[in-house]
Design a protein around this ligand. Structure first.
Ligand SMILES: NC(=O)c1ccc[n+]([C@@H]2O[C@H](COP(=O)([O-])OP(=O)(O)OC[C@H]3O[C@@H](n4cnc5c(N)ncnc54)[C@H](OP(=O)(O)O)[C@@H]3O)[C@@H](O)[C@H]2O)c1
Length: 413
């Protein structure tokens, strides 16, 4: 399939907040790489405006191809999918707009990557399309942004380093968010709230409760794990941890990677995520404060009247997002601590330049699309995770750009 197509990559949703940043990233960083790409969306005038704004800064994109396609129009999705090696989509909420495109990509033999963080959407795609994607050799890769690449590729990097050094992986990896600075867009809020709108669906409730909800149906059940919604103390580092807002999706993606990578993380692999709050009484009090704040926010968005008030008057609307300054000045640092028998055996620190959800996410999604389009990959087709689909080649791409993965052995940690 690859280079017989007219285009390497189509960015679908380029008129939205995240999609524009992905298009900017390609225009800025891949001016001379020869990659053939286009932008797509449901409105031609909006696409023309995006291209004009890009061309004002980067004249080489003045003739960038524009593709009109609508999530509600299967023929337009099929025609778009047939033109490219990879469709990279930022059209969300994915649970609302995404299913038709996954089906169109598999039918056209086109690889796919997205920014979803919606576990119920991923479960539906696994159930409906995994076998067909395997048969077609098509890689459908969800969660190629801040959720869940730092966690998923970070765990992959740590386990590869430990397998190479010791001949065995860590049994247990705990991820701590050490620091982040950034903002949130209306599209992300809409996707988060859509989960609550679907709460009546029994599948949604199961997926939100079961820590192994995204594992293959025939995978052996993993060990019991603590709830990502509770604060806890880590005896290895002495840190208190508060819930991390993205743990619910990241943990499930990492567990799916563990299952798809068949034994490379070990049979009894355990994974969890926390926000680091410090040691002692101060750490415990900070963790309790953040846990209570998150619980209160979740309570407000779970109730339809307060959800309406928040979306109407407080939270950003679709299309809106953080300022240019917030994006440029943003960053993130996370630490993955690998353990065996309760002893730390190695760490990976992941650092990202620019706002995690937008600047760094544009880099991670664009590099995922480039990796799927251009790199020789050995993974099979299927509904995959970043680590299972792209592992080492994606890590190498990110290390050379804005998101770096650094391994240290426990002795020097
Ligand atoms: N994983 C992460 O780290 C991460 C980070 C950022 C964003 N996200 C996710 O990315 C998604 C987009 O976020 P955003 O802030 O960019 O949202 P946004 O600004 O609201 O953009 C949504 C895009 O979808 C398009 N769209 C809506 N309905 C469509 C349809 N029927 N057919 C075709 N296109 C349609 C919109 O087109 P119009 O311009 O024509 O309305 C727009 O281009 C969300 O699901 C968000 O949760 C994830």
């Amino acid at each position: 399939m690859p280079d017989t197509r007219e285009l390497d990559i189509v960015i679908f949703g380029a008129t939205g907040f995240a999609g524009r940043l992905v298009a900017e990233y390609l225009a800025e960083r891949h001016a001379d790489s020869g990659v053939r790409w286009a932008i797509a969306g449901r409105s031609l005038p909006k696409l023309e405006a995006v291209r004009d704004a890009l061309a004002a800064e980067h004249p080489h994109v003045a003739a960038l191809p524009l593709i009109v396609a609508d999530s509600g129009d299967p023929d337009s999705l099929a025609a778009m999918a047939a033109r490219a090696t990879v469709i990279c989509t930022t059209v969300g909420p994915y649970a609302k707009y995404g299913a038709g495109l996954v089906a169109a990509c598999i039918a056209a033999g086109t690889h796919y990557c997205d920014l979803t963080g919606e576990p119920q959407f991923i479960r539906r795609m696994i159930d409906a399309h995994h076998d067909a994607a395997v048969a077609a050799g098509v890689r459908i890769v969800h969660c190629c942004g801040f959720d869940s690449i730092p966690s998923d590729i970070g765990v992959f990097a740590l386990q590869e380093a430990l397998n190479e050094r010791d001949g065995e992986p860590a049994e247990d990896i705990l991820m701590f968010v050490l620091g982040t600075s950034g903002g949130v867009s209306g599209g992300t809020i809409a996707s988060m709230l859509h989960v609550f709108e679907e709460a009546g669906d029994p599948l949604v409730r199961t997926v939100l409760i079961d820590p192994y909800a995204l594992d293959p149906a025939d995978a052996p059940r993993g060990p019991k794990v603590p709830s990502p919604m509770k604060m806890r103390h880590d005896p290895v580092t002495g840190w208190w941890g508060a819930p991390f807002v993205m743990a619910a999706i990241n943990e499930r993606i990492v567990r799916r990677s563990a299952a798809l990578l068949e034994g490379r993380y070990g049979e009894r692999f355990r994974y969890g995520e926390l926000t680091r709050m410090g040691r002692g009484v101060t750490g415990a009090m900070s963790a309790a404060g953040l846990s209570a704040g998150m619980g209160a926010f979740m309570g407000l968005v779970a109730l339809p009247p307060t959800r309406w008030l928040l979306t109407r008057f407080v939270l950003p609307a679709p299309g809106e997002g953080p300022s240019r300054q917030t994006i440029e000045e943003g960053y993130f640092t996370i630490l993955l601590s690998g353990r065996r028998s309760g002893e730390e055996v190695g760490r990976v620190v992941v650092t990202g330049r620019r706002d995690p959800g937008y600047g760094a996410t544009a880099c991670m999604l664009a590099e995922s699309a480039l990796c799927l389009a251009l790199d020789p990959l050995s993974s099979p087709g299927g509904i995959l995770t970043p680590a299972a689909a792209m592992g080492a080649p994606l890590r190498a791409r990110l290390d050379a750009t804005d998101v770096q993965f650094e391994f240290t052995s426990a002795d020097s940690a």
